[in-house]
Design a protein around this ligand. Structure first.
Ligand SMILES: C=C(O[C@@H]1C=C(C(=O)O)C=C[C@H]1O)C(=O)O
Length: 398
C-alpha cells in the first residue's frame, strides 16, 4: 500500500542555504508519481522528492537560495486554504513534461458508499441563509461557503485511475494528484485528486495569465435544457456581479506587478463535464520576470472565487462557520527552476486517505446578497458530480 510513504526516513539538511526536511530515497512503492497535473497545454509530473516543505514561504526561500547557489530546484504540491494551516510542497530536481492525459479513461468500478455529509444539507442551507443576512448587514460583499461529503470505497482506490477518469471527464483534460504527506499530522499518506478548470496563475517567462471562474449553472444531458441553462447564466446579473468581484480582485493584485495587463470587460461562458461557468482570461506582462509562479500564487491566493471579499472578513466568516477545509480551495501546481509554472485553484477535488478507501470531497459556491439558500445547496450538489462521476458513483447524492 502507498502508506509506504509513511515510513520514509527524513533528516534535516541545508538545501541552497535553507534548512529543509530531506527525504531519504523512498522505497520502490513510492518512487512513482508524487505529483501530476494534466492541463490542455500539457501535463507535468514529479517523481521522487528530495525535500519537503510544510510552509510555502520555506519553499520560496529554497528556490531563491537554490538559484543563488546554482543548485536549482523545482517545487510542486499544494497550498492550503487557510494561511495558518500547513502546506504540502516538495522539491524535485526536475519535472517531467508531457502531453495532457489521454481521453477515454473509464470511471472507477469500485463500490462507494456515502458515510457522512459535513455539514448536513439542511445545515449548509441554514449557514448560507445566515451568511446572506451578514452580507445584507454589510459585513462582506461575497463569501464562498462549502460543504463536504465522506465516502468509503469497497476496495482500494487506484489513484492514477481516478486522475485518468477525472481528466477524461472534461474536454480540457484537467486532472491532478498531489501527495499531502509534507503537511504532516493528519495528512501523511493522503492524496488530493481533482479536476479543477480554474487557473489561479500561469507564468511563462515574463508572461502571466489567470483564468478565474465564478458564476455557475449545472449542465444537463438534454441539449435544449443545457443550452437554456448556459443562456440563463450568461444573462444573470447576480452571477455577473459574483464574477466581477473576482476579476476586480485579481486586477488589483496584478496591476502593480505588470507593465501591461489585459482584462476583458465581459466574461466568457466555459464548461466542464458537469457545470457551466462564467470565466475571464486575464493576461499580463510582468514587471519582474524573476517573480516565480509560486510567488504569484501566494500573492493571489485566496481569491474571491473560493473565499470572498473583502478577503479578511470573508475568510474570518468561513473559518467561523465551516469545518476545516484542508487543501480544498487552496492551490495545486508547480514551479520549475526558472520560476515558470502554473497553480490551479483546488476545487472539484477529493482527499483520498492513507487507507485508500476513505474519501472526502468538497464543493462550494459564492454567496452574495441576492443568493438563494436552496439554489446554493443545489449548486454544491452539482459540483460534487465531477468527483462522483470519476469515482463511478454519479448518483450517490440522489
Ligand atoms: C468553490 C467552488 O467553485 C468556485 C465557485 C464558483 C461559483 O461560486 O460560481 C464557480 C467556480 C469556482 O470558482 C467549488 O467548485 O467548490
Amino acid at each position: 500500500m502507498a502508506c509506504a510513504t509513511l515510513t520514509v526516513s527524513t533528516r534535516r539538511a541545508i538545501v541552497g542555504g535553507i534548512a529543509v526536511t530531506v527525504i531519504a530515497k523512498p522505497p520502490g512503492s513510492v518512487a512513482g508519481v508524487s505529483f501530476h497535473l494534466s492541463r490542455p497545454h500539457g501535463s507535468v509530473r514529479a517523481g521522487v522528492p528530495v525535500a519537503q516543505f510544510s510552509s510555502a514561504s520555506d519553499a520560496v526561500d529554497a528556490i531563491a537560495a537554490g538559484r543563488a547557489t546554482g543548485r536549482r530546484i523545482a517545487v510542486v504540491g499544494a497550498l492550503s486554504f487557510d494561511a495558518a494551516a500547513p502546506d504540502a510542497l516538495v522539491a524535485v530536481g526536475a519535472l517531467e513534461h508531457g502531453g495532457p492525459s489521454e481521453s477515454g479513461a473509464e470511471p472507477l468500478s469500485v463500490p462507494v458508499t456515502l458515510t457522512a455529509s459535513v455539514p448536513t444539507p439542511e445545515v449548509h442551507r441554514a449557514r448560507v441563509a445566515a451568511v446572506i443576512d451578514r452580507i445584507t448587514a454589510g459585513e462582506a460583499d461575497k463569501v464562498v461557503l462549502a460543504r463536504s461529503i465522506e465516502m468509503l470505497a469497497g476496495t482500494d482506490v487506484d489513484i492514477d485511475a481516478v486522475v485518468a477518469a477525472l481528466a477524461a471527464g472534461n474536454h480540457e483534460h484537467n486532472g491532478f494528484r498531489v501527495d499531502l504527506t509534507p503537511a504532516g499530522t493528519g495528512f501523511v499518506g493522503h492524496t488530493l485528486v481533482g479536476a479543477s478548470p480554474e487557473s489561479l496563475v500561469r507564468k511563462t517567462g515574463d508572461r502571466v495569465t489567470c483564468r478565474p471562474y465564478a458564476g455557475s449553472a449545472p449542465r444537463s444531458n438534454d441539449p435544449d435544457v443545457d443550452a437554456a441553462r448556459a443562456a440563463a447564466l450568461l444573462a444573470s446579473a447576480k452571477d455577473h456581479y459574483e464574477h466581477q468581484i473576482v476579476v476586480a480582485y485579481l486586477t488589483s493584485v496584478l496591476a502593480p506587478l505588470c507593465t501591461t495587463l489585459s482584462v476583458p470587460e465581459e466574461p466568457i461562458l466555459l464548461s466542464t463535464g458537469e457545470m457551466w461557468h462564467l470565466a475571464t482570461p486575464i493576461e499580463g506582462v510582468l514587471r519582474d520576470p524573476d517573480a516565480t509562479s509560486l510567488d504569484l500564487a501566494m500573492q493571489l491566493h485566496p481569491t474571491p472565487a473560493i473565499c470572498g471579499t473583502p478577503t479578511v472578513a470573508a475568510r474570518t466568516m468561513i473559518l467561523e462557520t465551516e469545518e476545516p477545509r484542508g487543501f480544498y480551495a487552496g492551490a495545486v501546481g508547480w514551479c520549475d527552476t526558472d520560476g515558470d509554472g502554473e497553480w490551479m485553484v483546488s476545487i472539484r477535488c477529493a482527499e483520498v486517505f492513507e487507507d485508500r478507501r476513505t474519501i472526502r470531497a468538497w464543493s462550494g459556491g459564492g454567496i452574495v446578497e441576492q443568493s438563494d439558500p436552496a439554489e446554493e445547496l443545489a449548486e454544491t450538489s452539482a459540483k460534487f458530480a465531477t468527483v462522483l462521476r470519476a469515482l463511478g458513483c454519479p448518483d450517490l447524492l440522489t
